[in-house]
Design a binder for this molecule. Structure first.
Ligand SMILES: Cc1ncc(C[n+]2csc(CCOP(=O)(O)OP(=O)(O)O)c2C)c(N)n1
Ligand SMILES: [Mg+2]
Length: 337
């Protein structure tokens, strides 16, 4: 992808491919989980592909990105090899983080993806720190930090808005409002259903866009990163989207209304973007079928690679978790052996 600026047909094809890859990858991950090959948590972002791909496509490759635990798409959109992402989900030593991070803790520093975090709101102060580091070093990157509607009620988010506004840090706060925090709807959790005005309260320019429309997201994030880069102003964009699955694989998703889910299915970001691509003759139906087949093959290959990779040896499980995992234990015993 060429990044911000005019959107060429090739950018649109790349964005669609990235969305297809994320959808297909997550459907496969769901199968792997059901087959018992993925342990722990697995949070899928099916339905949020436009929000993720639109955002990443408008960033420069060296702009740091942070995200929540629902971050497979961010890694894939940034160009991380699906093999190493799938292997990470399966806890294999060939995984992106050596199999020790798992689904919630993907990180790819080489692609300026500073990770997935399990703590709700945790990505926000980290994104703020990255923005501070950019300014301190005199760089022209923009830190982009993604978090959910639920996270906006964490006190630390207000603290970060304040510090960014006070110090004019180059940061884009991206609220991915999928309208639920676990099974609790936004209207039951927030006194005010528009979330972007919270940033405005700290003097930060903010607005809301349709997070199911990849081109709208790309346009909004391109403008937000431009403002942060050129005008040295923090910006906040709220993306209104929907996730089609429950909170995580262990959530039976019985709380949400079936009719509501159906209504949002009609706005599936892949289907609506496909219509745009066909309508504007950017791709033909045959092109799309061929791309879908190629992506499916790539995901199958990633799953086979992960399944055939070795598990992390027990003796290495605590590496990179503790600075010195097996020695200097104050209690006098080895921690893992
Ligand atoms: C500090 C903290 N509190 C509670 C939790 C449990 N928890 C995990 S996800 C979640 C909901 C967050 O919702 P939202 O920010 O909207 O993100 P989404 O899951 O919808 O992407 C909660 C309460 C947690 N992980 N961290
Ligand atoms: Mg949410």
């Amino acid at each position: 992808m060429t990044g911000p600026g005019a959107t060429e047909p090739q950018d649109m094809r790349d964005m669609f491919r990235s969305m297809l890859l994320i959808r297909c990858f997550e459907e496969k991950a769901s199968e792997e989980y059901m087959a018992g090959r993925i342990g722990g948590f697995l949070h899928l972002a099916i339905g949020e592909e436009a929000a993720v791909v639109g955002t990443v496509s408008a960033m420069r490759a060296d702009d740091p990105l942070t995200s929540t635990y629902r971050e497979h798409g961010q890694a894939l959109a940034r160009g991380t090899d699906p093999r190493s992402v799938m292997a990470e989900l399966l806890g294999r030593s060939t995984g992106l983080c050596g199999g020790r991070g798992g689904s919630m803790h993907l990180m790819d520093k080489a692609r300026s993806f500073y990770g997935g975090y399990g703590i709700v709101g945790g990505s926000v102060p980290l994104g703020l720190g990255l923005a501070y580091a950019i300014r301190y070093r005199g760089g022209d990157q923009v830190s982009v930090t993604m978090f959910g509607d639920g996270a906006t009620n964490q006190g630390v988010v207000a603290e970060c808005f304040n510090m960014a506004g006070l110090w004019d840090l180059p940061i884009v706060f991206l609220i991915l409002n999928n309208q639920y925090g676990m099974g609790t709807s936004l209207e039951h959790a927030s006194a005010e259903e528009d979330l972007y005005p919270r940033a405005e309260a700290y003097g930060i320019p903010a607005w809301k866009v349709d997070g199911m429309d990849v081109m709208a997201v790309r346009g909004a994030v391109a403008e937000a990163t431009r403002m942060a880069r050129e005008e040295r102003s923090p910006v906040c964009v709220e993306l209104l989207a929907y996730r089609y699955r429950g909170h995580s694989m262990s959530d039976p998703d019985t709380v949400r209304d079936a009719e509501e889910k159906e209504r949002w299915r009609l706005r599936d970001p892949l289907i609506t973007f496909e219509r745009v691509l066909l309508g504007e003759a950017v791709m033909t139906a045959d092109d799309i079928s061929a791309m879908r087949a190629e992506v499916e093959e790539q995901v199958e290959d990633a799953a086979t690679f992960a399944e055939q990779s070795p598990e992390v040896p027990v003796g290495e499980l605590a590496d990179d978790v503790y600075a010195n995992p097996f020695n200097d234990d104050a209690r006098g015993g080895a921690l893992m052996r």
